[in-house]
Write a protein that binds this ligand. Structure first.
Ligand SMILES: [Fe+2]
Length: 228
């Protein structure tokens, strides 16, 4: 039976999209974008945004839900081998869902403040940690360009040390795999599916232009919440 046909009710509207009850298993659905697909042009084309959201993110969610259902069945049957075998799919597809849910909120149309430098305490701490906002951007772009294969480059907050750091993760590993206290303020998707239709193989141009639609207001809100 298809997952969608046996969903019974929505139980929770969380930050990662609606979670739904499926035979005792919490499953996930695609969160709406907070802007139109074409609203980030010319930095990121509407075609890329639509495919990235409707196809790529949806596929992670579909496969995540499938793995969660299989995990539930395996636990019910005390099938330890299957539980162990499912960990890779859960990490990859769950990570894909977590990462993209943050990524959409990290971006904003220019008319809604996209690209406006951070204000308040986040702006000050960036200057203290990195010298300037421009220096931070250059460092993140260099790390993103150098990342081999597919992955993410993050501006992270260590919520225990109250310190900023730049991190990279491979594939769909979420930032928390680099440290349990790390919270993503900004994450940039450097998978080819995020830029290839517009920028072809020139990842540095994508990295240069994405800052024109970066939602620093969101990053500042997360920073304030985690540091308060
Ligand atoms: Fe992606």
């Amino acid at each position: 039976m298809a997952l969608r046909t046996v969903m019974t009710k929505r139980t929770f509207a969380g930050c990662l999209g609606f979670r739904q009850q499926l035979r005792g298993v919490q499953t996930f659905s695609l969160p709406d974008l907070p802007y139109d697909y074409g609203a980030l042009e010319p930095a990121i084309s509407g075609e890329i945004m639509q495919i990235h959201h409707q196809k790529h993110h949806q596929t992670y969610i579909t496969n995540y839900n499938k793995a969660l259902e299989q995990l539930h069945d395996a636990i019910t049957k005390s099938d330890s081998l299957t539980v162990a075998k499912l960990q890779s799919a859960i990490k990859f597809n769950g990570g894909g869902h977590i990462n993209h849910s943050v990524f959409w909120k990290n971006l904003a149309p220019i008319r809604e403040g996209g690209g406006e430098p951070p204000k308040g305490s986040l702006g000050s701490v960036i200057d203290t940690n990195f010298g300037s906002l421009e220096a931070l951007i250059q460092k993140m772009n260099a790390e993103g360009a150098a990342l081999q294969g597919s992955g993410w480059v993050w501006l992270a907050l260590d919520k225990e040390l109250k310190r900023l750091a730049i991190e990279t993760t491979s594939n769909q590993d979420p930032l928390v795999t680099k440290g349990p206290n790390l919270v993503p303020l900004l994450g940039i998707d450097v998978w080819e599916h995020a830029y290839y239709l517009q920028y072809k193989n020139v990842r540095p141009d994508y990295l240069k232009n994405i800052w024109k639609v970066m939602n620093w207001k969101y990053a500042a809100e997360v920073y304030e919440k985690e540091c308060s």
